[in-house]
Write a protein that binds this ligand. Structure first.
Ligand SMILES: [Zn+2]
Length: 622
């Protein structure tokens, strides 16, 4: 860095916003959302001198630097009616440095967020819009002044929506005056930068607000691309009500004043869930609530994101509590943040009746099979999938079994199932992981301050419920490579991983959504509906036949590929049928002979007699 820039950076490090009590005014305008542009305008109270403005980089919950910096256009800064030149920090593209001119009390910042076209495949982005709805995440739509306590910077939001659109969020709206009502300008009470970024907003033409439970503290706010998709079946609503009731019984206290499940239903945005303190951002296909296999596939979404209000938002690994949105969080303990959430979400999905106990076991069988195939465990310990989370999140799906993926979710489920089963066994059923949760996540009424924890805090919390060598046990599970998946929790739960020649409904739902075939438990390969190999399990029959991710199966046993033909040919291997695949890889064709005779195989849990059915007790409603 040249000396002049070093001096600028040093000075900027000590400069900050003025008049801290005055909120930054943020005006977000969706009038041109059909033109695929969202406009942001900010009035930032300032003092003359050097100033650094940050575009948020690390987005909580995504565990990565996921704001769309490349889609920020038209960035202009003005003060005293004139343009203010700015200079991007060469060492940090999310920062711009500038000099606030003498006499200026307010800095006007304007930029546009460019959205991808609706004919492109939906992107996994924080802020998304279809033709009829939008999900706003304000991390994408603002800049903030560098400051020692940047998270506390007050912001006041106003939001202009297209005619006829309404909105829902955890933000507190100000009652509209008639003029604002006509122009669909919506105002909100000031809140901190941290709360604003923690409060996504869902809006659209077709919306519905559905109260959940009797005490008026929970609701689901839905927006959909059609009126028809907003219809909530009675059994789904009953499951959501049970979810709140069962979570109350599990945790014993609530880390929020009220809670809003935001549910965006559109085929033009991607499946996603993201946790927040008093809301969650859930996105599913347009007709999910009317489509049995989509309901089954997504049943665990609300429970997972809801659990995060306790596990991830209220309490999180101390290294993930950061001073601003530029600091890199330490994500090595995602096996606790996400792993425990994934396990408790799975438990609550069954306890709330959103799926049956059998479907919960089928789901767990798929989890166990995926982790059995995660051969990368032999070199990458579970903890490193967390430390490397933001790198792995951007990796290709291909080679996932050898590279490992975000395994702190699936392996976290197996790890915490084992912890729960050990507690139940050691205490003869008197205690369970619920007791740990009630103590570890205990909080006063209302919205408490974030409370960090360490590895040792988890060990101490578990020992308080059930004395055991948790430190050695968890250290081994989390920090050491291993050839074998941790399936001991299944066995202690009274079940083992077996196989069936028929896929269960959960497996079928997964294949319907991915539009491919998961044959990892048989030949060791995933294949898309048009024959492209998605992943190959190392050492599997497919790997030994030199099948590679990205190659395309064009013929099976000399006949043109169809998904049905591939499945029936795999099934026929059990009766001695051969499996010869003609494979196209770039400009080259080759024949792969797969040495395999096991027929179709799909994971399925089987009851063992060695242990009582602890899993049944875990999944039963309280
Ligand atoms: Zn999560």
């Amino acid at each position: 860095m040249p000396r002049s820039l070093v001096a600028l950076a040093l000075l900027a490090a000590t400069a900050g916003p003025a008049r801290a009590q005055d909120p930054v005014q943020l005006a977000v305008d969706l009038s041109d959302v059909q033109g695929r542009i969202i406009r942001s305008r900010l009035d930032i109270p300032v003092r003359p001198g050097l100033l650094t403005l940050y575009y948020p980089k690390w987005v909580p919950g995504t565990h990565g630097p996921t704001t769309p910096l490349a889609d920020v256009a038209g960035f202009r800064v003005r003060a005293n009616g004139a343009d203010v030149p700015w200079l991007r920090d060469p060492a940090d593209p999310h920062a711009v440095n500038l000099t606030v001119p003498e006499g200026a009390k307010t800095l006007e910042v304007a930029f546009d967020l460019l959205l991808p076209g609706l004919n492109e495949p939906p992107a996994r982005q924080n802020t998304v819009a279809s033709g009829r709805l939008a999900v706003l995440n304000f991390c994408d739509l603002l800049v903030y002044p560098k400051a020692a306590k940047a998270m506390d910077t007050p912001f006041r939001l106003t939001l202009t929506l297209p005619n006829g659109w309404t909105h829902g969020s955890a933000l507190e709206p100000v009652n509209l005056n008639p003029v604002e009502l006509r122009r669909n300008v919506n105002s909100f009470f000031p809140c901190s930068l941290e709360t604003l970024i923690d409060s996504p907003l869902l809006c659209g033409l077709h919306t519905k607000s559905l109260p959940i439970g009797a005490d008026g503290k929970h609701r689901v706010f839905l927006a959909c691309d059609s009126e028809a998709g907003l219809d909530v079946p009675a059994d789904v609503k009953a499951g959501w009500e049970k979810l709140v009731e069962q979570a109350d019984k599990m945790f014993g206290s609530r880390p929020y004043g009220s809670y809003t499940f935001l549910l965006a239903l559109s085929d033009k945005i991607r499946f996603r869930g993201l946790e927040h303190h008093e809301s969650s951002d859930n996105r599913l296909p347009e007709m999910t609530l009317q489509t049995p296999h989509l309901r089954l596939y997504s049943a665990g979404l609300f429970p997972h994101e809801f659990v995060h209000a306790w596990c991830g938002k209220f309490r999180r690994p101390a290294g993930m509590i950061v001073p601003d949105f530029q600091a890199t969080p330490d994500t090595r303990m995602l096996w606790a943040y996400e792993g425990l959430t994934n396990y408790l979400g799975w438990v609550l999905t069954a306890r709330s009746g959103l799926i049956s106990a059998e479907a919960a076991r089928d789901d767990l069988a798929g989890t166990a099979e995926r982790m059995k195939n995660a051969r990368g465990r032999s070199w990458r310990p579970l903890e490193d999938t967390g430390t490397s989370s933001h790198v792995l999140a951007g990796s290709r799906g291909a080679w996932g079994a050898w590279r490992r993926s975000l395994d702190y979710y699936d392996e976290g489920t197996l790890l915490w199932l084992e912890v729960d089963a050990v507690i139940r066994k050691e205490t003869n059923g008197a205690k369970s992981l619920d007791d740990f949760c009630r103590a570890f996540f205990a909080c006063p009424p209302g919205r408490p301050a974030v409370k960090g924890y360490t590895f040792d805090d988890i060990v101490a919390g578990l020992n308080a419920v059930c004395p055991y060598d948790w430190k050695t046990h968890l250290t081994r599970r989390v920090t050491l490579p291993s050839a074998d998946a941790p399936l001991e929790g299944l066995l202690l739960g009274g079940w083992s991983l077996g196989y069936s020649d028929k896929p269960n409904d959960t497996h079928k739902a997964g294949e319907s959504v991915s539009k491919g075939m998961d044959l990892t438990a048989s030949v060791g390969v995933k294949v898309s509906a048009d024959g492209v190999i998605g992943d190959v399990v190392p050492d599997s029959p497919a790997a030994k036949a030199k099948l590679a991710p990205g190659a395309k199966v064009v013929a099976v046993n000399q006949r043109k590929f169809t998904p049905e033909l591939l499945k029936s040919s795999v099934a026929a291997t059990r009766a001695g049928g051969k499996l010869e695949l003609l494979v196209e890889n770039g400009d080259w064709f080759s024949t792969a002979t797969v040495a395999y005779n096991g027929g179709l195989r799909y994971p399925k849990l089987e009851r063992t007699q060695a242990e009582p059915d602890r899993m049944g007790a875990i999944l039963a409603p309280r």
